[in-house]
Design a protein around this ligand. Structure first.
Ligand code: NAG
Ligand code: NAG
Ligand code: NAG
Ligand code: NAG
Length: 543
């Protein structure tokens, strides 16, 4: 894991990437605005300790297939059991360890914080990843060399000190019955170091941050997800999420899906925001020596700028979650069904019935049993009821960026005719007309999600993944953004970018491009292209 020697000369690439990231933010602007969801903060006061003194598997080579399954249950059990064996930091300062690391994503044990600086306490500093791949100053990203330099972390953000130095700063003389000036923040913490710049958008929060946190957490602890009963509770409990650079409104999106998603997926998770983090900083910033420190049992640190310093996010797809997912896939510790527990948990909260929740996992079971033979997905098989085909067109005609009115009308007519002929269900919705529950109930049954590029397509993260699940994204011709394609692929769905009367799909690679007209109200679409894609997909002609 020694990454101490990573090059520091990436500023030109950073310029380009940050430009892309910033553009994405503007494009993913909120349009589904209706009543703000004001989730109450449920404070969990239980302080359990999750020490894992000998937990080490993510630093070792990926396990062979056979061993993986065996080690999984064991690893998880170790975490669940660990609460009772905590070290008392009043008398001992355990050294920091890294359970897993990818650019922008790091799970630490025994990380310390004093006066705003995160401290790695270790006698082996060379074994830790380079700090700039772990964190940043947490400033908002701008496309200037000054800003890129200003986001490089310093010793104020994160420092590495020896155990002797830690004892000198925060230690005591146990012979005289004194205790260390260190207080433990027990349990499992996710520390989000990015500012509100991207956090307050449904796409960036749910489809980037949460879609990075969750697989990294599962992968770190090698959690096996059982498709017949995918449960969030199979993973070690995340006790709290701390937004160190975002206030209460800074992580909430206009339509209110961020808080809905987090509360539904993790009902007992405590949220702390910048003010709370400042409280913790202030509490340790004593003017006189001796200093005080907080100790964090197990802490996942996520940092957007650090993720962009990684090759996958930085050079290939500009998605912070890609560093998390690709790392865990490489380690071989990411369960095939990693997204399913969280998806189902949120949908269950929305009121979705069990049969609908299982569309994806059931379809996969059928595919496995058919073992490669032709499957008529839309028709009946002897193994399962026919999958109902549900086409959902998210109309943006009420929003800024939208189709030419006549093209929208023609598309509605063509979809209606097609769905009537095939007895498929068609939903034409404006997200802002539906409640959160209604939107999620609909997308939980959706086979084909269709719409103009925009935040409404983020709902694809709640679709069941079957061999015919499809996302169709309409762009102003020659325009392109990578967001929803990346997300659809990361979840195992097929994505089509439509440019009026042509379409593009994997393995074609389009480059992001925002021509004049991209954000406008004159986006053309030739309806027969869309209906052809849908019919071909459902018939299995476009696998
Ligand atoms: C932890 O991993 C290192 C490096 O792979 C190895 O040398 C060491 O023996 C491991 N420790 C334990 C307790 O497994
Ligand atoms: C805490 O950090 C601030 C900088 O943010 C610094 O000015 C101050 O001196 C520090 N206080 C202590 C006690 O180290
Ligand atoms: C959404 O509501 C508006 C205002 O009530 C209405 O004009 C529009 O037709 C609705 N959109 C859809 C797709 O039902
Ligand atoms: C869209 O495609 C149709 C069918 O080829 C064509 O008639 C129409 O002119 C195209 N519209 C634009 C704006 O290119």
């Amino acid at each position: 894991m020694a990454m101490g020697g990573l090059p520091r000369t990436r500023s030109l690439r950073d310029v380009v990437l940050i430009l892309l990231g910033a553009t994405t933010m503007h494009l993913a602007s909120v349009f589904m605005g209706f009543h703000e969801h004001s989730g109450s903060i449920i404070v969990k006061t239980e302080v359990s300790s999750h020490f894992l003194e000998d937990y080490n598997n993510t630093l070792a080579a990926p396990a062979a297939d056979d061993d993986r399954e065996k080690s999984r249950q064991h690893d998880t059990q170790k975490i669940l059991d660990s609460g009772k064996s905590g070290i008392d930091v009043a008398y001992e300062l355990p050294e920091t360890t890294v359970l897993s690391h990818a650019p922008g994503w790091t799970v630490f044990q025994n990380l310390y914080m004093s006066n705003g600086t995160l401290y790695i306490v270790t006698s082996e500093p060379a074994s830790f990843p380079h700090i700039r791949m772990v964190t940043s100053t947490g400033l908002a990203a701008e496309n200037t060399p000054e800003n890129i330099a200003a986001r490089e972390p310093t010793e104020r953000d994160m420092d590495v000190i020896s155990p002797a130095e830690a004892r000198r700063r925060w230690g005591s003389n146990p012979d005289r019955g004194e205790r260390n000036r260190v207080w433990s923040v027990g349990g499992n913490t996710v520390l989000v170091n990015e500012p509100s710049q991207f956090l307050d958008h449904y796409y960036h929060f749910c489809a980037e941050l949460v879609m990075g946190v969750w697989p990294f957490w599962l992968g770190t602890f090698n959690v096996h997800v059982d498709p017949s009963s995918p449960r969030v509770s199979a993973a070690p409990h995340i006790d709290r999420m701390i937004f160190a650079h975002a206030e209460a409104t800074g992580w909430r999106d206009g339509p209110g899906f961020n808080s809905y998603f987090l509360r539904a997926g993790f009902p007992s998770m405590t949220v702390e925001v910048e003010t709370d983090w400042r409280d913790r900083i202030a509490a340790t910033a004593t003017r006189d020596v001796p200093e005080r420190a907080w100790h964090f049992d197990t802490l996942m640190l996520t940092d957007r700028s650090a993720a962009f310093r990684g090759e996958s996010c930085g050079s290939r797809n500009q998605r912070i979650a890609s560093e998390s997912i690709e790392h865990m896939e490489k380690m071989g510790t990411l369960s095939k069904w990693w997204w399913e527990p969280l998806r189902q948990e949120v949908l269950r909260f929305a009121g979705v019935d069990q049969e609908t929740l299982e569309i994806g996992t059931k379809a996969d079971a059928v595919a496995a049993r058919k073992n490669g033979a032709e499957v008529d997905w839309a028709g009946s098989t002897s193994l399962s009821k026919p999958q109902s085909i549900v086409i959902t067109y998210i109309s943006r005609q009420g929003a800024r960026r939208h189709l030419i009115d006549e093209d929208h009308q023609a598309l509605v007519h063509a979809l209606t005719a097609m769905c009537t002929a095939h007895h498929w269900e068609l939903n034409i919705v404006q997200a802002e007309n539906l409640t959160h529950d209604e939107q999620l109930k609909l997308v939980a049954r959706t086979t084909v999600l269709l719409g103009v590029h925009g935040n409404g397509l983020t709902h694809l993260i709640m679709m069941p993944v079957t061999p015919i699940s499809t996302v169709i994204e309409i762009f102003y011709p020659t325009g392109y953004a990578n967001d929803y394609k990346w997300t659809a692929h990361a979840l195992g769905m097929k994505h089509f970018a439509v440019w009026n009367d042509t379409y593009h799909t994997y393995p074609e690679q389009l480059l992001p491009s925002y021509p004049e007209g991209f954000q406008g109200t004159q986006i053309p679409v030739y309806a027969p292209v869309v209906t052809q894609i849908i019919q071909d997909r459902i018939a299995g002609r476009l696998p």
